[in-house]
Design a protein around this ligand. Structure first.
Ligand SMILES: [Zn+2]
Length: 435
């Protein structure tokens, strides 16, 4: 019954008698002076969440199946696996800078150390984990690559599948088509880690600073639970916040990579004052400035337009499309059922302009693109978000004058910090290339 190797399932007391000694059973909820859930780590008082039978249940992870004081979390210890052959078919080549980081990450793992890879957007992070993934698999280990964002998982899946063609990699997210099965290599959203218990020898967490992961205690609890007792972490981030860096100081090795794959510097945002960006779609007069910039950017590249909310995006898109009748454009948000299709249309060059919310802030790559951020001073844009958005530009292919335009009508700390971090990384990259 491999299904429960490192996987936890809620079962009622009556069902436990059919299980042999190879299973571990833990109470799902512990009741002391308060109640704590062993799957998601949430706490609540004894006055809350009581069933009519006087039992308690956990409301915080109920979407993964209800756990109550009647339930046990059942898991099975994985039988030790032997070293094995792993088919690895990557044809690419790492740059010297990538090679250095990749070697260090592997070395750290072999010495039982955790690593944070702090690599700028477009530096080719994925390629740098291939050798450590391969090493873990060759030792008979089990690993997961996890991201808070579904789009990142979806984009990662075919790439990993291609280089490890015999692994039958599993892709798991909320409503993914694939059903869970036991295997060595899993790609999943961080929420899916709630189903695992001491499963992985290596847990790689991509975009560790991305919403909703950052600061979410449930997910932090889940990732701890999902790792084997002697398992190791690799975190990846282009924009680690200071509090993360200081919390990892003692337990992680930090490997920095300031150079992009093609060795061109990060594109520094142009800050353009736009007095009434909030209402610019109300009149042809107010939208003029936006239309003029869009026209100019379209001469060299396709354009992504980031908007602070869905309703704003729809209004802007509607108004702007009057001015560009011969150009195909669309808008996309997290609520969009055709989200994947639209992103693909943009990638295939069918659309020339895509209006979007922060869902496309990270993890996705388009060739020959410029970026506009509407209302860069809006509170939805953190420093990390702005750095990530700017990092969409000039990731791939030949240089095409990709530009980053921040429209704003108030200076914010996030805007200042984002521009400063981009310039700092560019300086560091220059030093690395020169050395
Ligand atoms: Zn829970």
């Amino acid at each position: 019954m491999e299904e429960l190797y490192g996987r936890q399932k809620g079962m009622l007391k009556g069902e436990l008698s059919q299980l042999d000694d190879s299973f571990q059973c833990r109470k799902a909820l512990l009741v002391t002076n308060q109640v704590s859930c062993q799957r998601c780590g949430s706490y609540f008082s004894k006055n809350e969440n009581q069933l009519s039978s006087k039992e308690y249940y956990c409301p915080y992870c109920i979407q993964f199946g209800r756990l109550s004081t009647q339930t046990y979390l059942v898991t099975q210890n994985e039988t030790k696996k032997a070293p094995r052959e792993v088919r690895f078919t990557w044809q690419g080549k790492l740059t010297p800078a990538q090679q250095k980081v990749s070697d260090n990450v592997l070395k750290n793992y072999q010495k039982d150390k955790n690593t944070l890879i702090w690599a700028v957007t477009g530096s080719g992070k994925t390629e740098m984990i291939f050798s450590v993934v391969r090493d873990c698999l060759q030792k008979g280990g089990r690993l997961a690559i996890s991201s808070p964002r579904i789009d990142v998982c979806r984009e990662l899946y075919p790439r990993i599948n291609e280089v490890f063609p015999k692994e039958e990699t599993l892709l798991l997210y909320g409503d993914s088509e694939q059903k869970y099965r036991y295997n060595a290599l899993t790609i999943c959203t961080t929420h899916q880690l709630l189903h695992f218990y001491q499963a992985f020898d290596l847990l790689i967490i991509d975009e560790v600073d991305a919403f909703p992961y950052e600061g979410d205690k449930t997910l932090a609890f889940a990732q701890k639970n999902a790792l084997k007792k002697d398992g190791k972490y690799i975190y990846l981030s282009a924009t680690p916040p200071n509090h993360l860096l200081s919390s990892l100081k003692k337990t992680f090795c930090i490997e920095k990579l300031p150079i992009r794959f093609h060795e061109r510097p990060l594109v520094v945002p142009q800050l353009i004052w736009y007095e009434s960006w909030q209402h610019c779609y109300y009149s042809n007069w107010k939208i003029k400035k936006f239309v003029a910039y869009l026209k100019k950017l379209l001469e060299d590249n396709d354009v992504l337009v980031f908007c602070p909310s869905i309703s704003y995006m729809q209004n802007l898109y509607k108004r702007v499309s009057y001015f560009f009748r011969s150009i195909k454009m669309d808008c996309v948000s997290s609520l969009d059922k055709q989200r994947e299709e639209k992103v693909q249309n943009m990638r295939d060059g069918i659309y020339r302009v895509l209006f979007c919310t922060t869902i496309l802030e990270r993890g996705v790559t388009f060739e020959h693109i410029s970026v506009i951020v509407m209302g860069a001073n809006h509170k939805i844009y953190s420093k990390s978000a702005l750095v990530q958005i700017a990092g969409r530009v000039d990731r791939k292919g030949s240089y095409q004058h990709g530009q980053v335009v921040f429209f704003y009508n108030q200076q914010t700390q996030a805007i200042r910090d984002a521009c400063e971090e981009i310039k700092k990384m560019n300086r560091l990259a220059k030093e690395w290339i020169a050395s």
